[in-house]
Design a protein around this ligand. Structure first.
Ligand SMILES: Nc1ncnc2c1ncn2[C@@H]1O[C@H](COP(=O)(O)OP(=O)(O)O)[C@@H](O)[C@H]1O
Ligand SMILES: CC(=O)N[C@@H](CCC(=O)OP(=O)(O)O)C(=O)O
Length: 299
């Protein structure tokens, strides 16, 4: 039975009270931004959160857009264990797409919806300091081979000061997944990893990872196989069994990093379903997959 409109609002009240003044990190994946309309809807929902007293922080991806731009420039996109092999030219393209296109688009949409967005990268306030990932060793035809994945980084230190400053002044920070190393070089980091690290550093109330599937699925071809709750202890076995793979690995690992640092819950939800974030946050029917630690089994 459909809820009457006023009941929807009443049902939301305890959640609004609980979340008031808390920080939520929202990762919007390139695959969730499948259309301009979806992107507009997601951003409008984020502005709504700000107006009910939540402090949202957006971390955005853009993997499919980087690949498309590379192909248009005649370059083949290559990945190693889900990470984009990033040579000098790829780094330039990634910065162009992430910072130049997607970040400014999101900031602009926030403005159109009546909020105040501010675009940031790891360079700003030295927010994400990192280093290049080590050369990988793999066995090919029985021979150990080295793979250099280029300017792919991992974060060492997150300085959240700049985020607190802009949040306290009513802005919605929009972060591109670019870090900086000690020499000032740009590093490409998976956006789920950045979102987990930022949520951890801010001790956010929640981390919300928006993607193009309804959550963690036991069987990728069967949407009804969604796992609604996952504890930290479930994660390694699910990866070892091959149930969690590809793009879901950095998501679940980012969620785990956040939970271990005190974030109460992480949610993996389908961003391409209209207003999925509002349903997750403000209604009794949790959607998607919730990742939680030993102390937070409730919704
Ligand atoms: N067990 C799983 N459940 C759901 N999705 C999975 C699973 N294992 C791998 N995936 C893949 O992860 C993808 C989401 O990650 P990704 O493509 O990186 O999205 P985004 O751009 O939103 O970060 C899904 O589209 C799916 O193909
Ligand atoms: C190192 C690495 O792979 N970085 C990612 C950064 C963007 C990203 O993570 O975007 P999605 O969230 O849309 O996948 C990339 O170059 O694609």
């Amino acid at each position: 039975m459909e809820l009457k409109r006023e009941n929807v609002l009443i049902e939301a009240l305890p959640y609004m009270q609980e979340f008031y003044d808390s920080i939520m990190v929202i990762k919007v994946g390139g695959n969730a931004m499948v259309s301009a309309q979806i992107m507009e809807d997601i951003i409008r929902d984020v502005v709504l959160l700000r107006y009910v007293g939540i402090k949202p922080v957006i971390v955005h991806g853009g993997g499919p857009e980087i690949t498309e731009k590379m192909e248009r420039l005649g370059k083949k996109a290559e990945f190693f264990q889900g990470l984009r092999i990033t040579d000098d030219e790829t780094m330039e393209i990634a910065r162009m797409v992430l910072v130049g296109n997607i970040n400014t688009k999101i900031v602009s949409l926030i403005g159109i919806s009546g909020g105040k967005g501010i675009g940031l990268t790891g360079y700003d306030g030295r927010m994400i300091l990192g280093h290049k990932q080590a050369v990988k060793r793999v066995i090919v035809d029985g021979i150990e081979t080295e793979v250099d994945i280029g300017w792919v980084g991992e974060s060492e230190v997150i300085n959240p000061d700049i985020l607190h400053i802009v949040l306290e002044n009513g802005y919605i920070p929009v972060i591109s997944p670019i870090a900086v190393d000690a020499q000032g070089n740009a590093l490409n980091i998976n956006a789920d990893t950045v979102a987990g690290d930022i949520a951890a550093a801010l001790r956010a109330k929640k981390l919300i990872l928006m993607t193009d599937v309804s959550g963690l699925l036991r069987n990728l071809n069967d949407p009804s196989s969604r796992v609604s709750r996952v504890t930290l202890d479930d994660i390694d076995p699910l990866i070892a069994e091959g149930i969690i793979k590809g793009g879901m690995i950095p998501k679940i690992k980012g969620a785990a990093v956040a939970i271990k640092s005190g974030v109460e819950r992480a949610h993996i939800i389908n961003g391409s379903v209209s207003h999925s974030m509002l349903l997750e946050l403000f209604t009794d029917c949790g959607i998607g997959t919730m990742v939680y630690g030993p102390d937070s089994a409730d919704k």
